[in-house]
Structures are given as C-alpha cells and as structure tokens.
Design a protein around this ligand. Structure first.
Ligand code: ADP
Ligand code: PLP
Ligand code: ZN
Length: 366
C-alpha cells in the first residue's frame, strides 16, 4: 500500500533542517515524499552566514496548480514546518482543505514553528494564523512548550498545566498533540528532557478515550538544529504504523532521535580532536617557553572530550628537539564547542537506526 506525503518545508544546500531532515528518513521508511521547498537556503540560519531564496504564496500556488492539472494531487499526509510568511501559511491552509476534500482520511501533521525558550523567531503576525486557521485543520500537532503556550495563551509550570494545555489544543482541532520539549523537571532528574503527548481515540465500541504519556530522554549538552523537523517526520511515520498507540509511536520516534543525536555528538567530538589548527594556535605560548621549538609542530596523542586536555608531542623541526608532555589546556571562548557545521545531523549514517530503531526510551502512561 503506497503512502504519499506532501512535505512543505525548508530546503538547505548544506545540512539537515526542514525537508532535508524529513525526506530521507521518510523515504527510508517506505513513504513517497513529494517536497515543496518553502525556502532554498545555503544552510540553516544558525550559521554565521546564510543566503538564499524564499518561495512566495503565489509561487506555492503555481506548483500546486501544476500538480492539480495532472490530477496527481492525492495525498495521505501533509507535513509542514518552519514558515515566516502569513499569506504563505494561509495558502497552505487552502491546500490542506482542498486535499482533505479529495481524501477525507488525509492526515495533516503540523509543527507550528514559532520559537523556543520564551522568544519568537518568526514574525509575530504568524501566531493568529496558526491559532485561528492552521490548528483547526491539523490532525497531529507538535509544538514545543513555548509554542503550545502561545497557541493557548496559557503558561505551563507543572505537568498538570501541560495536560490542560494539550486538552485545549485538542478542542482547537488535532486529535494528537505532542509537546516535543518542555522545561518541566523529570522525575529522573535534570539530565532528562521531558516531552508529553495526548491522543484522543474512539474505541471499537464507539466510546472515547484519551491516551496521555510522558517521555523522558537523556539530554545532550549541545544545541541541535533540524531535530524538531526530524521528530515531526518520525512521528508521522510511526503513528502511521501505530495509529492508536501514541506510546509506541513516540517511543520509536524518540529512539530514532536519540540514535541520530548520539551519532552526531560523537562525530562532532571526534572531528574536534583532529581539528588541530585552533588547538595549536592556543598552544602558541609554548613555543616561547621552549626556545628550541622554532616551528611548532604538535601531534595530539590522546584526548579527553570537552575539557580539551590532551597529551601532545611537540616537535621542533629546526633543532633536534622532541618532547612528550601532558597539557591540561582549557580553550577559552568559542572553538571549545562544536560549531553548527560540525553539529549537522548524521542522517545518512543513521539509516539503519531510522529503519529499525532499538527502543531506548520507554514512555510512561499518565
Ligand atoms: P522543538 O523545540 O521543536 O521541540 P527540538 O529540536 O528542541 O525541537 O527538540 C525535538 C526533539 O529532538 C526532542 O524531543 C528530543 O528528542 C530531541 N533533542 C533536541 N535537542 C536535544 C538535546 N540537546 N538532547 C537530547 N535530545 C534532544
Ligand atoms: N528551517 C530553517 C531554514 C532553519 O534555519 C531552521 C533552524 O534554524 C529550521 C528550519 C528549524 O530547525 P529545528 O528542527 O531545529 O526547529
Ligand atoms: Zn520546533
């Protein structure tokens, strides 16, 4: 049975956000993905520089018209993420409504990307469009805590607040709501990130029920980009396979995220180790204290993660000087941590984990 997704998200030349974060994982899981690139940027906006083009609402309509003229506008899922423009988002709503008329079973998976940690990174006038038009046609909604607060006008300080907010969001439209990340403290301690989910279901006897879950995942001390987009794509895929079991769908989703993030941070730390130039320039002072070392040539023999302690061998080529010494050198300022390019998700390398994730996170039914 073919399952076709229309994914309207960002494209980046380098790296993994938006469609680059969603398409490959969905294809690996057997979905046909038709992608419309809402922007085409060189890279995500967390880099020092970024350049590119933005698709207008009219251009979105033109692409959709082409699909429609060929009568291939039949979809099982629509997936949307980061959007900055209100008229673009309104056009998305029109497309969703038309596609739902053509396929009443179509599922619209919406990540209402607006901001994080109390600040918006899209224009503020996008909020009323999400709140008053988009959420009403969404079936699966994946806001983070801040976005859920914006949409409902409530603040979340406790798990009870979060459950109430998810209930309000259900009343606005979607049967499935997942708060992908919150500031709530985990019963397992502050090393864990808490996500919450709620799904309305109709039992076989026609009665209604709600499954509410809490997911706790180990926090990694780095900022990843594209993880929200990967989360939403994987929730689409796994709730397709487990339509009435949010717990199972979220466990698989979060496990994929865990494997991808772990591979990404491991790789980022590895490339920092071979990233000698910045370390060597940090060691510049050494060449002054050891006069024989005219041309500083440092060989890093071993490394201990984040603290930048290393055993190094200094080789003075001009004089016959060689010395192995232990350096506990704290790099100051930037350069100590992986940069955005080094933290791009290791997506291709994670193919097997995406296809068949080892379940490493168990959700709690509330
Ligand atoms: P959003 O703000 O839209 O929730 P995030 O990218 O912050 O998006 O989080 C999405 C998911 O990515 C989380 O549910 C979690 O599974 C994973 N994730 C993101 N950042 C981290 C991190 N630093 N440590 C562990 N998991 C993370
Ligand atoms: N799209 C673009 C162009 C971006 O620059 C970003 C983040 O910088 C995103 C989407 C969203 O990324 P995330 O999944 O981390 O929310
Ligand atoms: Zn997000």
């Amino acid at each position: 049975m073919e399952c076709r997704v229309l994914s309207i998200q960002s494209h980046v030349v380098r790296g993994y956000v938006g469609n680059k974060s969603a398409t490959f994982p969905l294809q690996v899981l057997g979905f046909e993905v038709d992608s419309i690139n809402s922007v085409q940027f060189s890279n995500h906006t967390g880099y020092a520089h970024w350049k590119g083009q933005v698709l207008t609402a009219e251009e979105l309509n033109v692409l959709y018209e082409g699909i429609k003229l060929n009568n291939v506008n039949h979809y099982d899922y629509i997936l949307t993420g980061y959007t900055r423009d209100t008229s673009f988002l309104e056009t998305v709503v029109d497309i969703v409504q038309e596609l739902k008329r053509l396929n009443p079973k179509l599922v619209y998976v919406c990540d209402p990307v607006m901001g994080d940690q109390g600040s918006m990174y899209v224009p503020e006038n996008i909020l009323p469009v999400y709140r008053d038009q988009v959420v009403a046609v969404a079936d699966i909604l994946t806001p983070n805590q801040f976005e859920a607060e914006l949409l409902t006008g409530r603040t979340i300080s406790t798990e009870k607040d979060a459950l109430d907010v998810m209930e309000l969001l259900h009343q606005m439209g979607p049967d499935t709501v997942v708060l992908t990340s919150t500031d709530l403290t985990s019963p397992h301690g502050d090393q864990f990130l808490v996500a919450l989910g709620s799904q309305k279901m109709v039992r076989t006897d026609g009665s209604k029920s709600t499954q509410k879950i809490r997911i706790e995942m180990p926090k990694v001390d780095a900022v990843f980009v594209g993880t929200g987009d990967l989360f939403t794509a994987m929730l689409l895929a796994w709730s397709h396979h487990h339509p009435n079991d949010l717990k199972a769908a979220c466990e698989k989703t979060v496990s994929v995220l865990h494997h991808v993030i772990k591979r990404t941070i491991t790789y980022a730390n590895e490339i920092l180790q071979v990233c000698k130039p910045s370390f060597i320039s940090g060691l510049g002072g050494w060449s002054q204290t050891i006069p024989q070392v005219k041309k500083l040539d440092v060989e890093v023999l071993s490394w201990r993660g984040y603290t930048w302690s290393a055993v190094v061998r200094l080789v003075g080529r001009t004089a016959k000087f060689s010395k192995t010494t232990e350096a506990a050198y704290e790099m100051a300022g930037p350069g100590k941590r992986p940069n955005p390019a080094q933290l791009e998700l290791r997506m291709v390398q994670s193919k097997k984990d995406i296809e068949d994730p080892d379940i490493v996170v168990e959700a709690t039914i509330l």
